[in-house]
Design a binder for this molecule. Structure first.
Ligand SMILES: Nc1nc2c([nH]c(=O)n2[C@@H]2O[C@H](COP(=O)(O)OP(=O)(O)OP(=O)(O)O)[C@@H](O)[C@H]2O)c(=O)[nH]1
Ligand SMILES: [Mg+2]
Length: 316
């Protein structure tokens, strides 16, 4: 099924609340609350389309917008490629020109409203730091203290979303370390993920679990409830589709660039391959493998939501 490109807006008021619009009666998914926007016209850029849609639907003039994330969702009767853009500035007061109700809501309130199925992972992403900092292997440190001090330095540097990745540890070694990492993450009000068995992530009170490529490919059902975060490592279009079918939240896609010797990886994607795979991803994508936090604008321009990594996400 060919996808229809739809551009939609994240507009925030002074309190950080989002503007949602209720889809009018008679339209696809009538009554659901959505990000305002609509279908792109042929030969229109996403930025141009958003200016036109928000003028038509809300009577406002957007002066600045930039890409935030994209995903492709298959409904029973249609396939939608949603390009969500962050609006930096606008003129006028949003008004429901098509008779649609409007509401400024917090992310938490948005989570309680009926929204189109495609929007669920978008809301999830909006609550997260788009820079996903993955820990180095604890085995590379002289002792636990120096590993914990490295973990804390990333939190201190302001990363709001961190992953404990400790493949060389057994579950019984990992558990006490994870509890310490979790306590530190809480202190800095960061969200933290465990890259391990989902049951262990749950037992240590992590905000979520990250599934390695191997765990993803063996996974048969979403491993944690909807209020937790589940991310997964993907390398191919098939992995992305599987993560979508399982109802996970976000994915990493790698390797975008070349990574150090001795690290397991598939063939290098480059930004063009990243962009091509992102275009059909059912979930928001983070670029991984040789990328750093300063690549965020590039990842967004390619349709991704964020960037993930270890070595370039250090405290300096
Ligand atoms: N605007 C918008 N559309 C969404 C969202 N999520 C989502 O699945 N969609 C789907 O994307 C499509 C957008 O089309 P639309 O009905 O807004 O298109 P439009 O404004 O150009 O209206 P028109 O086709 O009546 O002229 C619909 O099928 C809608 O259900 C969202 O958050 N915002
Ligand atoms: Mg619309």
């Amino acid at each position: 099924m060919k996808s229809v490109a739809v551009v939609a807006a994240v507009l925030r008021d002074g309190q950080g609340r989002l503007l949602l619009a209720q889809r009018p009666a008679g339209k696809h998914l009538a009554g659901r609350w959505e990000f305002p926007g609509g279908k792109l016209e042929p030969d229109e850029s996403p930025a141009e389309g958003l200016v036109r849609e928000l003028a038509e639907e809300l009577g406002i003039g957007i002066t600045r917008s930039r890409p935030l994330l994209s995903l492709t969702h298959h409904y029973e009767d249609r396939c939608i490629r949603l390009l969500l853009r962050e609006v930096g500035a606008w003129e006028g007061v949003p008004t429901g020109l098509e008779g649609q109700a409007l509401a400024w809501v917090s992310l938490e309130q948005a989570g309680t409203l009926p929204m189109p199925a495609a929007d669920r992972p978008m809301l999830k992403a909006l609550a997260l730091d788009p820079r996903y900092a993955i820990s180095p292997d604890p085995a590379a440190f002289a002792d636990t203290e120096s590993f914990l001090s490295d973990w804390e330095s990333r939190l201190q540097a302001g990363y709001g979303w961190v992953q404990l990745r400790a493949n060389s540890l057994t579950a019984s070694e990992l558990r006490p370390l994870a509890l310490c990492c979790g306590a530190l993450a809480r202190r800095y009000r960061a969200r933290w993920m465990l890259n391990a068995e989902p049951t262990l992530a749950e037992a240590v009170g992590a905000d979520g679990v990250h599934l390695s490529l191997e765990r993803l490919r063996a996974c048969r059902a979403r491993p944690l409830p909807a209020d937790r975060i589940v991310t997964a490592s993907c390398q191919t279009a098939e992995d992305l589709r599987l993560a979508g079918r399982l109802g996970l939240d976000l994915v990493t896609l790698s390797p975008v660039a070349s990574i150090g010797p001795g690290r397991s990886s598939g063939p290098q994607l480059d930004w063009s391959g990243f962009e091509r795979l992102c275009a059909d991803s059912p979930l928001p994508v983070l670029a991984l493998g040789g990328v750093g936090p300063d690549d965020l604008p590039r990842a967004r321009a390619a349709g991704g939501f964020g960037v993930a990594g270890t070595s370039r996400f250090d405290a300096s």
